[in-house]
Design a protein around this ligand. Structure first.
Ligand code: HMG
Length: 388
């Protein structure tokens, strides 16, 4: 049995309230709060990037024994900091993982962390005494005053994958789907994404339905074998648009239970925004940390991972006895509660800040609000130097 042994998330501790954003853009706040289903959006300072966010998510769940047993670090990201050197190499160093490990970065939009999870699960199945660290870390940027702006966000998730996991066993049968489409993409020369919003919604929904049919056909599982579903969540309404049609002709109690659990999984995304690769796993933490769910050991959760461009996958996991004792609910909720609200001017200033691009030595101006453990300290002749 292989799966998620530990899991955590990190998000920068500054955010913009979406009522403030709506008013600044001359938009009815109900569009953002109800129509899109988002309330707050994390905004990263210049001292937080894909590396620091990933390390900040992973550090609290790693003990000395993990650092010695981790053979593989996979970072899913689409907002990495170098075209050549992987985010994984920096994180390997910051966390102090044993030297004979491999550290890589995987890119396929928001699907990257799931590709990492599948690679990690396969690795541990072959090497049951060893562990893998999977990280999804991203900053989502569409641009100021664009239609995608309200669906930005920033954050990272980290998961330790091991044998005899203490949270969730990943089941064997998964189904993936690849389509070469332009629903959302970001050319190398652009620091904001290009998106065909309506088409991206349609592609997400149709990918889910195609995969769900194929998943049921291959596994012989049916809807009633599931207790909850977690979705990649670019904004909280998105997954529900995909889920509702498959509930239409089902037992009402089952449908209500799945909708109820879906809603429990939306809470963290509503207050953080789209964290791209980590989003699906943020939804899992939001669901499991909520005291209102009735999930127990052996409850089966379905997962829908979607990364524009597009690769999607459905897989399933089963909760293991005592899973609730291994969640970091208190720490995670304190982290969310202690964040600082930005004015619109402060948000726009952070959004427009860029790192120096010349070959000088530059200290990064770390704002007083960034009290995270790992931070970007210096750019030294194009090299990123991190502080702890
Ligand atoms: P938009 O054109 O600003 O919004 O784009 P809209 O006009 O479609 O309205 C959105 C909803 O608000 C609608 O509800 C309106 O009725 C409602 P719906 O029909 O969807 O149920 N509404 C109101 N409700 C209450 N009061 C009001 C009001 N006004 C309108 N006054 C869009 C929205 C999400 C498309 C845009 O923000 C966008 O392009 N976002 C980025 C793309 C995206 O998130 N796509 C999701 C699927 S693709 C994906 O998940 C992959 C991704 O994560 C990237 C990756 O893989 O790396 C994005």
């Amino acid at each position: 049995m292989v799966g998620i042994d530990k899991i955590n998330f990190y998000t920068p501790n500054t955010y913009i309230d979406l009522v403030t954003l709506a008013e600044a853009r001359g938009i009815d706040p109900d569009k953002f709060i109800i129509g899109i289903g988002q309330s707050k959006m994390s905004v990263p300072p210049i001292s937080q990037d894909t590396v620091t966010m990933g390390a900040n998510a992973a550090f609290p769940i790693l003990e000395k024994a993990d650092l010695e047993l981790i053979d593989l670090i996979v970072v899913g990201t689409e907002s990495g900091i170098d075209e050549s050197k992987s985010v994984g190499t920096f994180i390997h160093d910051l966390l102090g993982v044993q030297p004979f490990a491999k550290a890589v970065e995987i890119k396929q939009a928001c699907y990257g962390a799931t590709a990492g999870l599948m690679m990690a699960v396969d690795y541990v199945r072959l090497h049951p005494d060893r562990k893998a660290l999977v990280i999804g870390s991203d900053i989502s940027r569409y641009g100021l005053a664009t239609s995608g702006e309200v669906t930005q966000g920033a954050g990272a998730i980290a998961m330790v994958i091991s044998s005899n996991p203490r949270i969730l066993e990943i089941e064997g049968e998964t189904v993936a789907l690849t389509q070469n489409i332009f629903d959302f993409w970001r050319p190398n020369y652009s620091d904001t994404a290009i998106v065909d919003g309506k088409f991206s919604n349609e592609a997400y929904i149709s990918s889910f339905h195609t995969l769900w049919e194929e998943f049921m056909r291959r596994t012989e599982l049916k809807l009633s074998d599931f207790d909850a579903f977690c979705f990649h969540m670019p904004y909280t309404k998105m997954g529900k648009k995909a889920l509702l049609p498959i509930l239409e002709n089902e037992d009402k109690d089952l449908a209500n239970q799945l909708i109820f659990n879906y809603d429990l999984g939306t809470h963290y995304t509503r207050h953080i925004g789209n964290i791209y690769t980590g989003s699906l796993y943020l939804s899992l933490m939001s669901l499991l940390n909520n005291p209102d769910h009735k999930l127990t050991a052996k409850s089966r959760i379905g997962f829908f991972s979607y990364g524009s461009g597009a690769v999607a996958e459905i897989f399933s996991g089963v909760l293991v006895p005592g899973f609730e004792k291994h969640l970091l609910k208190k720490e995670q909720e304190e982290h969310l509660e202690s964040r600082i609200s930005l004015s619109i001017d402060e948000y726009e200033a952070l959004f427009n800040e860029t790192i120096p691009k010349d070959d000088g030595i530059h200290t990064i101006n770390r704002s007083k609000t960034d009290n995270s453990l790992f931070y970007l300290k210096e750019i030294n002749e194009h090299k990123r130097i991190y502080g702890k």
